[in-house]
Design a protein around this ligand. Structure first.
Ligand SMILES: C[S@@+](CC[C@H](N)C(=O)[O-])C[C@H]1O[C@@H](n2cnc3c(N)ncnc32)[C@H](O)[C@@H]1O
Length: 226
């Protein structure tokens, strides 16, 4: 993956404003595993429109974020009246901000998959240093996209090789990488002395208004800092 391509791709979307709402899967998963929000320091890495930070704020958290796009930082500060010193503009394929705060939760939704492999390793190193003991650490990424071979029977929802074929339908110019299990397993094993693996779950979505043949499967990986 070309690091420059990622930066250019997102910079072009600097002024894009998506209509988003918080991820119930994220909050359920955290809740089931005992995460608390009130008065907790929370960091969202690659927060985009900031919908999950807004939900954290509603739950009483002290919110922090890292983003490549300046406009998104302006937007979240304006919307939440959060402390501007809690937000860091930076390209994680180049560097990680120098953050002094210790966090109770760091999560990242659909952003880790825009980092090169070496920067994914560095990401774990940096996050490990700013997490409190027993704090939660979560990454989420689209694991795969599938296209139904035959879309006639909309009630045939079993997901198997005969019904779906591998396909990617993010636009071609989107530099997303689909992380291979082997790469993630390597990362988990490499970090097992500092991160306890807690849970791996999925959610799915069909991205089109009237065509349910396109299916995205997203993985959530939850860890606890040792
Ligand atoms: C697919 S969006 C996800 C936004 C949000 N987390 C959500 O789930 O709606 C990816 C976000 O990561 C940011 N991003 C992508 N590459 C980045 C990088 N190298 N460094 C920092 N932020 C990055 C983008 O600006 C964008 O807001």
């Amino acid at each position: 993956m070309l690091v420059k391509t990622v930066t250019q791709y997102w910079k072009k979307l600097e002024n894009e404003n998506l209509d988003m709402c918080a991820s119930f899967t994220l909050f359920r998963l955290l809740n089931i595993n005992g995460a608390k929000f009130k008065n907790k320091n929370i960091l969202d890495i690659g927060f985009g429109e900031g919908q999950n930070l807004i939900e954290c704020k509603k739950r009483g958290s002290i919110i922090h974020g890292i983003e490549l796009r300046k406009e998104k930082i302006k937007k979240i500060i304006q919307l939440t009246k959060a402390n501007k010193n809690n937000f860091f503009q930076c390209d994680l394929n180049i560097s990680f901000p120098n953050i002094k705060t210790k966090f109770d939760l760091i999560y990242s939704m659909d952003t880790f998959n825009y980092l090169s492999e070496s920067n994914q390793n560095k990401y774990f190193d940096h996050c490990s240093k700013i997490l409190k003991k027993n704090a939660f650490f979560l990454i989420h990424y689209p694991q795969m996209q599938l296209l139904k071979n035959n879309n006639k029977d909309i009630f045939d929802y079993s997901i198997n090789d005969s019904i779906y074929k591998n396909d990617y339908f993010f636009e071609k110019k989107n530099p997303i990488i689909f992380l291979k299990n082997i790469q993630i397993i390597k990362l988990i094993n490499k970090n097992k002395n500092r991160f306890k693996f807690v849970s791996s779950i999925f959610d799915t979505n069909t991205i089109s208004k009237n065509n349910s043949s396109k299916l995205t499967i997203n993985r959530y990986l939850l860890f606890k800092k040792k």
